[in-house]
Ligand binder design. Structure first.
Ligand SMILES: Nc1ncnc2c1ncn2[C@@H]1O[C@H](COP(=O)(O)OP(=O)(O)OP(=O)(O)O)[C@@H](O)[C@H]1O
Ligand SMILES: [Mg+2]
Length: 488
């Protein structure tokens, strides 16, 4: 019997010992001592090469690589594993930044190889700090260059995320040296807060995302990596808010060019040359400036500006946005493909947009007054999202009162006598006419008329598609959901 038990007893003893060893290693921290020993043994069998990255060069100029490596190291999860790490608050109050303490080592893994960074900070004896990269000789040839490239890319990404966005405004031309003044760009608008057809919104988001990913593609075609958008529609329909949402979405700074402050064509070119990459360059109300001639810039100046970004040395990673109330009276040369890649129409509110606004502003998904509102929309009355938003904001404590005030405003507008209507006439004369003509202003339909109107839209969409084909630019209007009409 005793013989029978012996193997089980042995197994039991081994398992218990292993369990105890595990507890001993992990609970007491012996595991770290073991790892250190193992590492020293392993080190004896490898030849290492060291690369120093000093903070300053011989002329005491800052070494950008040191800065990039520091940012990169701070982003590594293994930073938390080093014996001593300094903790600092970042720019935002809830940010914590980790910095390696002098003479501390952290490991990093790249393409299957382990490398180490040592903070060789002898600030008490010498003037500058140095980060030392330790790489196995056997891995050096394979990983060193791609690893440094990886550090560049990662640190740029980290910095881009950390730095808040900026809004640049062109200042008077008399201050020749400083053409742009920047302020922090904290616009709260995002694609979630913009009320627009959800299919269109998703298409625009993926258009932007694919732009960001296609640097190589653009270069292969020999084209500058840039994209131009035209946002057109009546006042208060969200064009400016959309630009802010775009900038927030892709993390680009915004350069807003105030054409009234631009002296002449060459002044406009100078402004463009002083913009930086990863930026949205915005010209608002371009149609108005061209019609009123209230700027020193000529049409050919604007055309050169739009083309200039193609040819200029610093044309990379730019998004150009132009806003207009209507594009009917704009010289077709401005709208030609290459100058404008995507046309986006911003219509007045329809019932669907109204419901989205009611949900966001009043927290109301349904209401007994909704059918009445819908009926008024069907008579052709409409207001801009800005006008409806203001009425809802003013009465946000009482949804019924808010909806009644919207109904009254819509009725006034529907009769064509209201102040809102009159107010809009000088801002969206042409654009509203064109949207109504084209059926894009959905409020004009009666319920029976919707199908007929849809057929008309399909036909209209196809016609537009054909004309887009020739022009090779997107024309994005919210009513064209079938995708056919998005020419490319
Ligand atoms: N589509 C929309 N979605 C959400 N909010 C909107 C929308 N349109 C307008 N608004 C609200 O109305 C206000 C004015 O909008 P915005 O300035 O973007 O309009 P705009 O089209 O640029 O007008 P303008 O042509 O007069 O410059 C914004 O503060 C925003 O809150
Ligand atoms: Mg605007």
């Amino acid at each position: 019997m005793e013989i029978l038990y012996t193997p089980f007893l042995l197994l039991f003893i081994i398992v218990s010992l292993l369990f105890l060893l595990r507890v001993l290693l992990f609970k007491t921290g012996l595991i770290y001592i073991t790892k250190k020993w193992w590492r020293s043994i392993e080190d004896c069998f490898h030849v290492y090469q060291f690369f120093k990255v000093p903070e300053f060069n011989e002329s005491m100029q800052e070494n950008q690589l040191y800065h990039k490596v520091s940012i990169y190291l701070s982003s590594l999860a293994s930073m938390e594993d080093s014996d001593y790490t300094n903790l600092f608050t970042g720019k935002k109050s809830n940010d914590i930044i980790l910095h390696l303490d002098p003479n501390q080592v952290i490991d990093d893994y790249f393409l299957g190889a382990r490398v180490s960074w040592i903070n060789d900070d002898k600030s008490d004896t010498t003037c500058c700090r140095t980060l030392v990269l330790k790489v196995r000789r056997a891995d050096k040839r394979r990983i060193l260059r791609p690893y440094l490239q990886h550090i560049h890319i990662t640190s740029d990404e980290v910095e881009q995320k950390k730095k808040g966005l900026k809004l640049y405004i062109n200042i008077g031309s008399h201050e020749q040296n400083r053409r742009w003044r920047s302020v922090p760009f904290n616009h709260p608008s995002t694609f979630d807060t913009i009320v627009m057809d959800s299919d269109l919104k998703n298409k625009l988001k993926s258009d932007l995302e694919s732009f960001l990913k296609t640097k190589q593609y653009y270069h292969r075609l020999g084209r500058a990596w840039k994209r131009s958008y035209l946002l057109y529609g009546p006042s208060g329909t969200g064009k400016s808010s959309f630009v802010a949402a775009m900038a927030n979405f892709i993390g680009y700074d915004v350069y807003g060019i105030d054409l009234s402050r631009v002296l002449d064509d060459s002044d406009l070119k100078t402004l463009l040359l002083q913009t930086t990459s990863k930026s949205v360059i915005l010209i608002e109300d371009l149609d108005r400036f061209l019609m009123d001639k209230s700027t020193g810039v000529s049409l050919s100046g604007v055309l050169n500006f739009m083309d200039g970004i193609l040819n200029a040395c610093c044309a990379e990673e730019r998004i150009m946005v132009f806003t207009m109330n209507g594009k009917d009276h704009v010289d077709p040369a401005i709208l030609r493909p290459g100058r404008i890649d995507v046309h986006i129409h911003f219509p007045l509110c329809d019932f669907a947009a109204f419901k989205t606004l009611a949900n966001s502003y009043l927290g109301v998904k349904d209401h007994k007054l909704f059918p009445q509102v819908e009926e008024i929309f069907l008579t052709g009355a409409s207001l801009s999202p800005a006008e409806i938003g203001e009425l809802m904001l003013a009465n946000r404590n009482s949804p019924s009162r808010a909806l009644k005030s919207v109904i009254t405003a819509l009725q006034t507008d529907g009769d064509g006598r209201g102040s809102l209507n009159i107010r809009r006439q000088w801002t969206d004369n042409s654009s509203r006419k064109s949207t109504e003509d084209s059926g894009e202003h959905s409020g004009v339909f009666s319920k029976e008329g919707v199908h007929a109107m849809k057929d008309f839209r399909k036909l209209y969409g196809l016609l537009r598609f054909k004309s887009n084909k020739t022009s090779e630019s997107f024309d994005m209007t919210p009513d064209r959901k079938d995708g056919q009409s998005y020419g490319s």
